[in-house]
Design a binder for this molecule. Structure first.
Ligand code: SAM
Length: 286
């Protein structure tokens, strides 16, 4: 196996800095630098991009991103124990790696990044979905990022790319696919990580579309899909009853049978329903 840089192997780095994985921080480290370089390549050509990495830990993926030519990496890591290992990487790639010791849910990284910006991360499982939803629902579109290349538990990855009719299909699929192209680009067995998690993992690559696939007010679409999937086994006329008194008519106008269930309905129909609901409410207000 060829080393991707002249830094010491990650096992040695972890032992030297006593970086024993902590479960409460979702720490499952990738130690194979060939694998981290392969994940970095899934992010596309990074030479002209600033990369935001969440949770670099000992820096396996960080090293992959830098070796693959990322213009600049900004890494946000909550665990201060990882900072000395990350400082060694920063010294090996002068001016190309900045590290913020903080909580990714609280730090605003944007002031430190120059577009175009790509996000790449082996996310801590406990905040992965929350971060993804934030990145998919900014106040304005297009978002700050051009692409997201993210490792999730495989079950979560399947929910992001799911199609109607599958058991994984729900709000996450609709949110992701409305304004982005989403694909699973790699799957990894538990043994790829130290310590090995209980489940398989997968890398999802999302590219931001310049415009949503179908027009709809984001807040209305969000309310409609929340209500529809909150009781996914119910008929839509029942789960959406609270949204408008004429919900049966609005469903039919959107091309949806009022007796259908949320998991059968395509994104295009949900967007049509959101538009119909917006128009009906505007008409109600006079
Ligand atoms: N990127 C490393 C790798 O692939 O080997 C580590 C990935 S590990 C799954 C998740 C990392 O996220 C850990 O280093 C953990 O300390 C960090 N982390 C956990 N919660 C965080 C938070 N709220 N903000 C920033 N980093 C966090």
């Amino acid at each position: 196996m060829s080393a991707i840089d002249n830094l010491p192997p990650l096992r040695e780095v972890i032992a030297r800095h006593d970086l024993r994985a902590k479960k409460q921080l979702g720490q499952n480290f990738l130690l194979d630098l060939n694998l981290t370089a392969k994940i970095a390549r899934q992010a596309g050509d990074l030479r002209d991009c600033d990369v935001l990495e969440i949770g670099p830990g000992p820096g396996g993926l960080t090293r992959g991103l830098l070796a693959e030519g990322a213009r600049h990496v900004l890494a946000i890591e909550k665990d201060a124990r990882a900072l000395p290992a990350l400082a060694e990487i920063a010294a090996a790639y002068p001016g190309r790696l900045s590290v913020i010791n903080g909580d990714a849910l609280r730090v605003d990284p944007l002031q430190h990044l120059t577009p175009p910006i790509c996000v790449a991360a082996n996310l801590p499982y406990n905040i992965g979905t929350e971060l993804l939803i934030r990145w998919l629902t900014p106040p304005d579109w297009p978002p700050f990022w051009q692409s997201l290349t993210l490792m999730f538990q495989k079950e979560v990855a399947e929910r992001i790319v799911a199609r109607p009719g599958s058991k994984s299909y729900g709000r996450l699929a609709l949110l992701a696919q409305w304004r982005a192209e989403a694909q699973i680009v790699m799957t990894l067995p538990p043994e790829a990580f130290v310590p090995a998690p209980k489940v398989h993992s997968a890398v999802v690559h999302l590219t931001a579309l310049p415009e949503p696939r179908f027009p709809a007010d984001p807040a209305v679409l969000s309310r409609v899909t929340a209500a529809a999937f909150n009781q996914r086994r119910k008929m839509l006329r029942a789960s959406l009853r609270g949204l408008h008194p004429q919900i049966d008519t609005l469903l039919r106008d959107a091309g949806i049978a009022p007796t259908a269930r949320a998991e059968e309905i395509e994104l295009e129909r949900f967007c049509a329903l959101a538009r119909g609901l917006s128009a009906a409410r505007a008409a109600d207000r006079g």
